[in-house]
Design a protein around this ligand. Structure first.
Ligand SMILES: Cc1cc2nc3c(=O)[nH]c(=O)nc-3n(C[C@H](O)[C@H](O)[C@H](O)COP(=O)(O)OP(=O)(O)OC[C@H]3O[C@@H](n4cnc5c(N)ncnc54)[C@H](O)[C@@H]3O)c2cc1C
Length: 478
């Protein structure tokens, strides 16, 4: 291990949670790091932006971990500048709002006799004659919850989010995001909650930084800048080469940066493959098969302080394109809402690059969002005074059936490049939350410092180890 000298220079691509965690931890150990960030600010998808005199995240960002290593680092950075927030979320379906995670009794009452009975019947049928599982998300869910509940509460939302039918979506997504809870456990929890009047099971608590999610990463970046590291904003990495001496040569839109012993990449995995020299044809073809899904965030300014009580609402209703609505007035920190008497809502839409929705103008998207929120009866169009669109390209790695084969050949190629560390959400093609990206950063820094020898590709796939294990609740989407 050679710290603090030229040989241990580290280049990091991307100033999101993964890249900044590596930068922060290595700077603490005396390494000289250079972070190249394509955008003009820190935080990646977890940044916080200023809008209409308030602060908002890019959609709802709750921090949650049961892993001591992640929690320790998060608290080291955040200190006491956070609050604990009660999570209240509901599902909107067929003009009705259902508590989320689903409360069995309320769900069946609201579904009505026929749909409720069909849900029970198809659930019992799965216990007696289980559906034969294949690789698909659909079969995985049907096998555990029954066909009717799949159709009502899983199918539409997943298809909006991923843009492919549940039969084409890999069951990895379900295994990673649906907690293991049987239906009868859910009923028991629902009844117990009523009896004890507790909120613990159905409303999680989570930590939220006072100045917004981005505060964590801004602080990490400030530490790096103050302690010898350099963060280059507006520096998009466009090529990655190796010199004769085996060091990395990074090309950015601002010129070349030489002599890095280690390179940590959190840029989209498919982009990295295109930037490396002499990549074999089959690896290029594999990269060409991996797909990302984009998000469009439409923020609406509402001339009311109290709009609805939820932190966010999942929109399963198939008649609406919107997938989730976040209410930042219930986002728990006076520092971000600045005591405003107005509310900022965020409507989330998902689309591929060639889809009409993605190609729509901002004006058209704001008009769509206004029209759709009015249809839910949550807000009248007349109360909306402004709209703002923020686009997030490539933010969901799509787990379509077969993706693992393509990812596998990319992994085996990249693993042979010494000094290269590939982590992060689109960086390693994993459906990461912040905590997973932070963990990748912690373990990546250990690999560079020689204090660990981790297989970073295993993070976020071994869910017995890394999955959220919260209270008894079926949490499909965080
Ligand atoms: C709508 C939404 C809601 C979410 N909700 C939650 C939640 O509730 N809880 C939670 O924990 N997580 C949530 N997440 C996930 C969380 O935002 C991500 O897991 C996290 O930000 C990933 O960190 P990362 O560093 O891996 O990647 P990113 O945050 O994507 O950062 C990557 C960085 O790399 C930069 N970059 C890309 N290409 C280049 C290049 N060529 N050169 C230089 N820089 C480049 C990007 O500009 C970006 O800053 C949510 C995500 C979304 C989209």
């Amino acid at each position: 291990m050679s710290q603090g000298n030229e040989k241990s220079r580290v280049a990091i691509v991307g100033a999101g949670p993964a890249g900044l965690t590596v930068a922060y931890l290595l700077t603490k150990q005396g390494y000289r790091v250079d972070v190249f960030e394509a955008s003009d600010r820190l935080g990646g998808l977890s940044k916080t932006i200023e809008l209409w005199g308030q602060k908002v995240d890019l959609g709802p960002h709750r921090f949650f971990t049961k892993d001591d290593r992640i929690l320790k680092l998060w608290l080291e950075v955040v200190g006491e500048d956070y609050s604990m927030v009660k999570r209240l979320t509901r599902v909107y379906y067929a003009g009705k709002f259902f508590q989320y995670p689903l409360k069995p009794i309320e769900t069946f009452t609201k579904l009505g006799f026929w749909d409720g009975s069909a849900a029970i019947f198809s659930y019992v049928k799965e216990k007696l004659i289980p559906t034969r599982e294949d690789e698909s998300f659909e079969k995985w869910v049907v096998r555990r919850f029954g066909k009717k509940l799949y159709q009502l509460f899983f199918k539409t939302y997943s298809e909006k989010l991923w843009g492919i039918p549940g039969t084409h979506l890999d069951k990895d997504f379900a295994a990673q995001r649906i907690k293991k809870l049987t239906f009868f456990e859910a009923v028991r929890e629902g009844l117990r909650e009523k009896k004890n009047n507790r909120h613990g099971t159905l409303i999680d608590e989570f930590a939220y930084p006072k100045e917004g999610t981005g505060m964590v990463y801004q602080r990490m970046g400030d530490f790096v800048n103050k302690n010898g590291g350099r963060i280059h904003l507006n520096a998009r990495v466009i090529s990655v080469n190796k010199t004769n001496t085996g060091e990395f040569l990074i090309g950015t839109n601002n010129g070349e940066a030489p002599n890095y012993k280690h390179l940590v990449s959190t840029m989209p995995l498919t982009q990295l493959i295109l930037q490396l020299p002499d990549v074999p044809g089959e690896v290029l073809m594999a990269a060409n098969e991996l797909r990302f899904r984009n998000t469009i965030l439409v923020y609406l300014l509402v001339d009311q302080r109290e709009v609805f009580p939820d932190n966010w609402i999942y929109i399963h209703d198939p008649s609406l394109k919107v997938g989730r609505i976040t209410n930042f007035s219930n986002w728990w920190s006076p520092e971000i809402t600045r005591q405003s008497d107005k509310t900022i809502l965020c409507m989330e839409y998902w689309a591929n690059e060639n889809e009409e929705l993605w190609l729509n103008s901002d004006e058209r998207l704001v008009a769509l969002a206004k029209e759709e929120i009015a249809k839910t009866s949550l807000v009248k169009e007349a109360h909306i005074s402004a709209g703002f669109v923020y686009r997030l390209p490539k933010c969901y790695p799509v787990y379509n059936i077969g993706y693992k084969i393509h990812l596998g050949s990319i992994i085996s190629y990249l693993s042979k490049i010494s000094g290269l560390i590939v982590i992060g959400r689109y960086g390693s093609f994993k459906y990461n939350n912040q905590d997973h990206s932070i963990l990748m950063g912690i373990l990546g820094a250990e690999n560079i410092a020689g204090t660990g020898n981790h297989d970073l590709w295993k993070i976020n796939t071994d869910y017995e180890v890394y999955q959220e294990r919260g209270k008894n609740a079926t949490v499909l989407y965080s």
